[in-house]
Ligand binder design. Structure first.
Ligand SMILES: [Zn+2]
Ligand SMILES: [Zn+2]
Length: 239
């Protein structure tokens, strides 16, 4: 206990480090990572789906339009805000945040997302994508909740940690296609609170196929939510 206190106290005295590369970096800086690391983060191109933010292969300036997948099956959410592409060092740092017990990465990662969120958000409530209680016990924290809380703290918006629940444990999804994910997650999310008339920003760390956020949005809208938008730190380039 004494050691922990001492270490925390020392932590305040040591020069703050960039949480991506470990290099010296002022915590008073406006950017979430050091300039070298910020240069490795690939922003989402302007040419992207107007609903799920999937980057288009062609970078030519076109009027906003939907990707092929959203044309086929329009997601329940309206808009996706994503800070960067799920690639390179950002992908590794999100892996550390999620799987290697680094909950303190919530602040820089939320900071990155905040840079790309509109200054004026028409939102009543932030809702994180839930984890199944079994996974929560294993990981000890829900990374989406940490991000939502940090966004809420900065933007002065309420975060509701228990609006959505995951009632069924599902197999890992990394290797599954969008259709397989939809089957894997069917009926997995439940609504625990009244959301009638609320404009909700659903928060997660990464969006790959978008199936998880779509199913969560369906549950929220079925419960009477007025609108659901999605905010993620990183968007996978290929859904
Ligand atoms: Zn760095
Ligand atoms: Zn799309």
């Amino acid at each position: 206990m004494k050691l922990t206190v001492c270490w925390n106290w020392l932590g305040h005295l040591l020069p703050p480090a960039c949480s991506l590369c470990g290099g010296a970096f002022s915590h008073l800086a406006e950017e979430p990572f050091c300039p070298g690391c910020m240069a490795t983060i690939i922003c989402l191109p302007q040419a992207r789906c107007s609903c799920c933010a999937l980057p288009f292969a062609s970078s030519s300036a076109l009027s906003p339009h939907l990707c092929g997948r959203c044309v086929q099956q329009l997601p329940a959410y309206a808009v996706t805000y994503a800070a960067a592409l799920y690639q390179g060092p950002l992908r590794s740092v999100i892996g550390r945040f999620k799987f290697q017990q680094h909950p303190n990465l919530d602040r820089p990662l939320a900071g990155l997302l905040l840079k790309y969120l509109p200054a004026q958000l028409d939102v009543d409530l932030l809702v994180p994508v839930p984890l199944h209680p079994f996974r929560l016990r294993e990981r000890t924290y829900n990374q989406a909740l940490l991000l939502a809380r940090e966004l809420g703290r900065v933007r002065r918006l309420p975060t509701a940690h228990d609006v959505l629940g995951k009632c069924r444990s599902t197999s890992p999804q990394q290797s599954l296609s969008a259709a397989q994910r939809r089957v894997n997650l069917r009926g997995a999310f439940v609504l625990n609170r009244d959301v009638r008339g609320k404009k909700i920003l659903l928060v997660d760390d990464v969006m790959t196929t978008g199936v998880t956020v779509d199913l969560c949005s369906q549950v929220l809208l079925a419960g009477g939510a007025a609108r659901v938008d999605v905010a993620v730190v990183a968007r996978a380039p290929l859904g």
